[in-house]
Ligand binder design. Structure first.
Ligand SMILES: [Zn+2]
Length: 363
């Protein structure tokens, strides 16, 4: 397997970054379609108007239906065609981003990602999750390249609900441990390549940044204050976690997420919250040293990420086997683990992780 490294062509981050949007993307085209979530539109539109005022370029905003579904993508493609759009832009969270990436790909246009929350590592990756119009999972699209530009306005991110930033830290928490396992077992990355030293360095920096700045960032974000710690965590959640996972690969933590979404009691639990709990579960499956497990658990508790079944919404442990079976379906990244994992082994690891978590809380 050849080693492979991919990333967005450009990554820009900082306070009021959107006021410079035109300067950052003007070489991509003259007519821009912004596919927006409702809250993303509210947060970003005034700054974008300001940035493009008096410039030789046209902009058009469309609020999308909230889901990266085949119907929504077809609708956006039609708008792009009818208005001779040169550049597709996403404004919002994961769903707006996935809709825009797919629209751009099918229309053969460049894509610019403007995240307005920091809850997942979707902005920098070269793939999308697509749903059917009834909300059921349809497929993944793996793109030939990563986004042309990712522009992160940290003044907007820090004003979003703190739970998004914390959940993004949960998604970022899995990155190093999942990549480390893929490297150990010579499993391919999400880009289907061997894992480079560069990818591992980003994944390690991702984890170190979480430990160094996670708690400080959460405290500042609760007050809506943009400190260097918040900037560091935005970069960890967005760039280090996205490029790290893309080129480092996934293992148990993300399969735990896929498994537990089968349970309706976990409906309100966010992606990164389940990935965080899944990271502890992966460390138990690896039989990692206790110091490492404690470091991860301490981090989760310090920022408010879940470490027990109860915290992810499961009160009946007999339901865990349903999630374990789904997490071990064929094609799941859990099969990148050393020696593979059966649903029964995963089930036991979940109960063991829950027991450690309860112990931490003295339950
Ligand atoms: Zn993720």
């Amino acid at each position: 397997m050849l080693r492979l490294m991919r990333a967005p062509s450009k990554y820009v981050q900082g306070p009021d970054a959107l006021l410079e949007l035109y300067e950052q993307v003007k070489d991509l085209g003259k007519s821009f379609l912004f596919i927006c979530s409702k809250s993303g539109y509210k947060a970003a539109q005034p700054k974008i108007e300001k940035s493009f005022a008096g410039k030789d370029a046209s902009i058009r905003f469309e609020i999308f239906g909230g889901m990266s579904s085949t119907g929504e993508i077809a609708k956006m493609q039609k708008i792009a065609k009818e208005n001779k759009i040169d550049v597709i832009c996403a404004i919002g969270g994961g769903s707006a981003i996935d809709t825009a990436k797919a629209t751009a790909y099918y229309e053969g246009l460049p894509v610019v990602i403007i995240p307005t929350v920091c809850a997942t590592d979707a902005p920098c990756t070269g793939l999308s999750v697509i749903y059917n119009d009834d909300g059921t999972f349809a497929n993944y699209i793996f793109y030939p390249k990563n986004p042309d530009a990712v522009i992160v306005d940290s003044s907007i991110i820090v004003k979003a609900p703190v739970r998004f930033l914390v959940s993004g830290m949960g998604d970022a928490l899995g990155t190093y441990f999942e990549a480390r396992m893929c490297q150990k077992t010579n499993s391919p990355s999400l880009e289907n390549g061997g894992i480079t030293k560069s990818a591992m360095a980003l994944c390690e920096l991702c984890y170190d940044t979480l430990l160094a700045d996670g708690y400080k960032a959460k405290k500042s974000a609760e007050l809506g204050i943009l400190t260097l710690a918040v900037e560091a965590i935005i970069e960890a959640n967005t760039y280090l976690s996205g490029v790290g996972a893309d080129n480092g690969g996934l293992a148990t933590a993300h399969s735990v997420y896929n498994g537990f979404t089968a349970l309706e009691e976990c409906e309100k639990t966010m992606h990164g919250e389940l990935v965080a709990f899944g990271t502890v579960i992966q460390l138990i499956l690896e039989n990692a040293p206790m110091e490492e497990i404690e470091e991860v658990i301490d981090f989760c508790v310090s920022v408010g990420l879940p470490i027990t079944l109860k915290e992810v919404g499961v009160t009946d442990p007999s339901r865990v086997m349903i999630a374990a079976e789904k997490a071990c379906a064929s094609g799941e990244s859990i099969h990148n683990m050393l020696g593979d994992v059966t649903p029964q082994q995963l089930y036991h690891a979940v109960l063991a992780a829950d027991a450690l978590g309860k112990d931490f809380f003295g339950e």
